[in-house]
Design a protein around this ligand. Structure first.
Ligand code: SOE
Length: 379
């Protein structure tokens, strides 16, 4: 059967622009879906830069102003891969123009902007999704499925860390390409919106809503040069955050994120402990889950290492023969596959803008609590 084209307009062409473009290109080779993404246009302010990106990834055309992209009749979906301060304007304009909107995480700089985006896509009735990609790592999806089945019984603990070390040098500037994540105006927050947001999104997906929390945040380097003007400015972002939380289901949450953990480049780990069992997962060994099953009796009771590489594991049947492994980039392919499947079935793919907004509400509470040291209700 002929596939229905889904014309993509990509805004931004950095690291995430590449990750998403790769996913659009690959998905149709492995997943048999009604829709086929077409790389219609790439958009960026620097004409040479966006042209080079478009040529590299096979985009049919370029734009240098997202407002022109959003107006085009030949675009079905806008994908937002630019700094967080631009999300709200692009997403609301795209929705108003009747485009589907896919947005890189976090949804926005804060709840207020995120709410506008939710309103815009819901009013327009357009499909929408936020790319919290780690949900689509098969091992993480498997944990979610087993927890949902009730196998762990009552949940007591959920803990997660996301550790990096790339901003330790005070010479790293704030603002500009690559370093906008250090500029509070562009990013909204530091590690909280960038890294902890992943931990919170996965946590709430697997273990339900967070009720209240208290946080400790720190800015280790308090002044940095602005990448544009060269002027030294106060740093407004959080460099590190540690959070204690209660989930609605009565379990306790413990989260830590930092860009100051020397030696760690992208260490995302999570663990969930229930009455009948526990799971552990680590991004650096992303095809594996560690599983403890308390129902096993005697000498064989203990931690079991499960390689999530069998055809019956989530998404794996679509790829290679059993035993072969997947990587980081496949999580994005799975996200697109689910999005396209959602278009065909009419069932929105999670996380929608509305669902991703819940993570930003938690992040806002973390930043607020980091300043006051108080316990705060998320709602
Ligand atoms: C930051 O370095 C970063 O690229 C995040 O922005 C991503 O969301 C994370 O997956 C990896 O680290």
């Amino acid at each position: 059967m002929a596939k229905k084209p889904l014309n993509i307009g990509m805004v931004g062409y950095g690291f995430m622009g590449r990750a998403h473009s790769n996913a659009y290109r690959r998905v149709g080779n492995f997943f048999d879906l009604d829709y086929q993404p077409v790389l219609k246009a790439a958009c960026g302010r620097n004409k040479d830069g966006v042209k080079a990106f478009a040529d590299m990834w096979g985009y049919e055309s370029i734009e240098t102003d997202w407002k022109d992209l959003v107006k085009r009749d030949d675009i079905d979906a806008i994908d937002i891969c630019v700094p967080n301060d631009l999300h709200v304007d692009i997403a609301t304009a795209a929705a108003k123009a009747g485009k589907m909107v896919l947005c890189e995480k976090p949804i926005a700089r804060d709840t207020r902007e995120g709410e506008k985006m939710v309103k815009a896509v819901e009013k327009a009735g357009v499909a929408n999704m936020v790319w919290y990609n780690y949900r689509w790592v098969p091992a993480v999806t498997l944990i979610k499925q087993i927890v949902d089945s009730g196998r762990l019984g009552r949940i007591f603990h959920y803990r997660a860390n996301f550790l990096q070390d790339w901003t330790i040098s005070p010479d790293v500037p704030q603002g500009g390409a690559g370093t906008w994540r250090l500029d509070v105006e562009a990013a909204g927050s530091g590690v909280t919106g960038d890294l902890l947001a992943h931990c919170i999104d996965t946590a709430m997906w697997i273990n339900g809503p967070i009720k209240n929390l208290t946080a400790m945040t720190e800015t280790f380097v308090k002044k940095r040069k602005d990448a544009g003007s060269g002027k030294v400015k106060d740093v407004g972002i959080d460099d590190a955050a540690a959070v204690m939380a209660h989930f609605d289901n009565g379990s306790l949450g413990l989260f830590e994120s930092t860009r100051y953990a020397r030696g760690h480049k992208a260490l995302y780990t999570l663990e969930i402990n229930g009455e009948h069992g526990s799971f552990k997962w680590d991004l650096h060994d992303l095809n594996r889950v560690e599983w403890f099953d308390h129902s096993v009796e005697g000498q064989l009771r203990g931690w079991t290492s499960i390689l999530v590489t069998d055809g019956e594991h989530p998404y794996l049947g679509k790829w290679w023969v059993p035993g072969l492994t997947l990587g980081y980039e496949h999580s994005f392919v799975h996200a697109v596959a689910d999005f396209l499947e959602g278009l065909a079935t009419g069932k929105p793919v999670s996380p929608t803008f509305r669902e991703a907004l819940e993570t930003t509400k938690v992040c806002d509470a973390i930043i607020k609590s980091g300043k006051s040291g108080r316990w705060l209700d998320v709602k």
